[in-house]
Ligand binder design. Structure first.
Ligand SMILES: Nc1nc2c(ncn2[C@@H]2O[C@H](COP(=O)(O)OP(=O)(O)OP(=O)(O)O)[C@@H](O)[C@H]2O)c(=O)[nH]1
Length: 396
C-alpha cells in the first residue's frame, strides 16, 4: 500500500466522520425546533407578524413574573384564523338600499299621513295642527317641527297649489334640509401617524352597543380593514363572550378579560396595545352601559379614554341610542354628551319604529351627525346613514 492509498483512506474516514456528525447535529436541531414547520398555535396569544405569541410563555422564558393586567387580559384569537369557514360580510355600499324597505315600512306612515293632509287643499288651522302632531309623534322635536310647518305653510300659501307631486317635493326638500346632508358622516377608521384608528362605543345598556361593535366590525372587515375588538364591558359577563363570537365569525381577534368586573381601562389599553403591535387599522372598544352609579359610569369612560390615549388617540366616540326610546333616549344622549366628546351617533332599532324624526332631533341637540343606523338583528343589518335614502324612504 503506497502513501497515496493511505492518504486516500484517511480522507475517506474523515469525510464519513464529518458527514455522520452533521447528520446527528441536524437531527438534534430538528428534534428541538422542527415543530416550527407546522406550528400548533396557542388559542390565546398575541400576534406578531404572522406568529402567535403567548405572553405568559415568553415572560416565563425570561424568568419574569407575568403581570395579571386587568385581571388577565388576553387576546382571544378566533378559533379559525384562516379564511375558510369565515363569513364574508356584506359591503357597506348597498346595505341601506337593501334595508330601505324596512325603514320605509316603519316610517312611510308619517310620510303618507303628511301627504294626505297637505294635498287636501284649503288647509285650515286644525289641518296644520294635525300636520304638527304627526311630525311631533315621529320624534322630530318641537323646534324642527315648527320650522318645517312654517316652511310648508309659506310654500302652500305662495304657490297656491296642493298638487300631491308638488307637496311631496316640498316635503322631501324640507326634510332633507333638516337632516342636513352637509354633515361629515365618515367614520374615522384608518391608521394615522403610525397608529391604528381607535373607536370607543358608548351608551346605556340594552341600546345595542355590543351588537353595534360586532356589526361595525363586519362593515370594516368588508372594507378589508384589520380590526381588533376590545371587550371593555366587564360589568356584564356575557358581553365579552358575545363580542368574541362576533369576532370569530369574521376573523377579528377580541382582547378581553375572563374576570368579571376586571378594570375596563386595562382591557381597553391592552386592546389598543395589541392593535399597535399588530399594526391593525382599527381597534373597536365596547364599553359598559351600566354601573352602580351614573357618576361611576361617566368617570370610567373618562378613564378609559385617558388610559387608551397613552397608546393612540381616540379618533371616534360613537354614542349608541335606541331609536324607540324617544324622550328618554334623548335625555340619555344629552347626559353622555355632557361628559364625553361624542363624534357620531348610531341609532339602533330603526326597523321597529315610526320615530325616524329622532335623527333630526338628536343631531340638533348634540350637534353631531348620525353616522350609522341599525335596521334589524341580522349581522349585516347596520348601514351607513344616508340622508337622501332616509328621506326617500319616508316621503317616497
Ligand atoms: N330590531 C333590532 N334589534 C337590535 C338592533 N340593534 C341591536 N338590537 C338588539 O338589541 C338587543 C340588545 O343589544 P346588545 O348589543 O346586547 O346591547 P348592549 O347595549 O350591548 O347592552 P349591555 O351590554 O347590557 O350594555 C339585542 O337583542 C340586539 O339583537 C337593531 O338595529 N334592530
Amino acid at each position: 500500500m503506497g502513501p497515496i492509498n493511505e492518504l486516500w483512506e484517511i480522507l475517506t474516514l474523515v469525510t464519513v466522520v464529518v458527514v455522520g456528525a452533521l447528520g446527528v447535529l441536524v437531527a438534534l436541531v430538528r428534534g428541538r425546533g422542527g415543530r416550527g414547520a407546522s406550528p400548533t398555535l396557542p388559542r390565546t396569544g398575541r400576534r406578531e407578524g404572522d406568529v402567535l405569541v403567548d405572553d405568559r410563555d415568553r415572560a416565563a422564558d425570561a424568568g419574569t413574573e407575568v403581570p395579571n393586567r386587568g385581571g388577565g387580559v388576553l387576546v382571544e384569537e378566533p378559533e379559525a384564523p384562516v379564511a375558510p369557514g369565515l363569513e364574508r360580510p356584506e359591503s357597506a355600499r348597498g346595505r341601506l338600499q337593501r334595508l330601505r324597505a324596512r325603514l320605509a315600512r316603519s316610517n312611510s306612515a308619517i310620510g303618507n299621513a303628511l301627504l294626505a293632509l297637505l294635498s287636501r287643499g284649503g288647509l285650515s288651522d286644525e289641518d296644520w295642527e294635525a300636520v304638527e302632531d304627526t311630525l311631533l309623534a315621529s320624534d322630530l322635536g318641537v323646534e324642527a317641527t315648527q320650522e318645517l310647518v312654517d316652511s310648508l305653510r309659506t310654500q302652500v300659501r305662495v304657490d297656491g297649489t296642493t298638487d300631491p307631486a308638488q307637496v311631496r317635493q316640498w316635503l322631501h326638500e324640507d326634510l332633507l334640509r333638516l337632516v342636513d346632508p352637509s354633515m361629515d358622516r365618515r367614520i374615522a377608521a384608518s391608521r394615522e401617524d403610525g397608529h391604528p384608528a381607535v373607536i370607543l362605543v358608548v351608551g346605556v345598556n340594552g341600546t345595542g352597543k355590543t351588537t353595534t361593535v360586532g356589526k361595525l366590525g363586519r362593515v370594516l372587515v368588508a372594507e378589508d380593514k384589520d380590526v381588533i375588538f376590545g371587550a371593555a364591558d366587564t360589568f356584564r359577563a356575557a358581553a365579552a363572550d358575545q363580542l368574541t363570537t362576533w369576532g370569530e365569525r369574521v376573523g377579528v381577534p377580541t382582547v378581553r378579560s375572563h374576570q368579571e368586573g376586571a378594570d375596563p381601562a386595562s382591557v381597553a389599553f391592552e386592546a389598543v396595545k395589541a392593535g399597535v403591535e399588530m399594526e391593525a387599522d382599527v381597534v373597536l372598544i365596547d364599553t359598559a352601559g351600566r354601573l352602580h352609579t351614573k357618576r361611576g359610569l361617566m368617570d370610567e369612560l373618562g378613564k378609559i379614554k385617558r388610559v387608551v390615549e397613552k397608546q393612540a388617540p381616540v379618533g371616534e366616540v360613537l354614542l349608541v341610542l335606541d331609536a324607540t326610546t324617544g324622550q328618554n333616549g334623548m335625555r340619555q344622549a344629552e347626559e353622555f354628551a355632557k361628559e364625553v366628546d361624542i363624534t357620531g351617533i348610531v341609532l339602533t332599532k330603526m326597523d321597529g319604529t315610526a320615530k325616524g324624526g329622532i335623527v333630526v332631533n338628536v343631531q340638533r341637540k348634540l350637534g353631531v351627525p348620525v353616522k350609522l343606523i341599525g335596521l334589524g338583528e341580522g349581522p349585516d343589518d347596520l348601514a351607513p346613514f344616508d340622508p337622501e335614502a332616509f328621506v326617500s324612504a319616508i316621503v317616497g
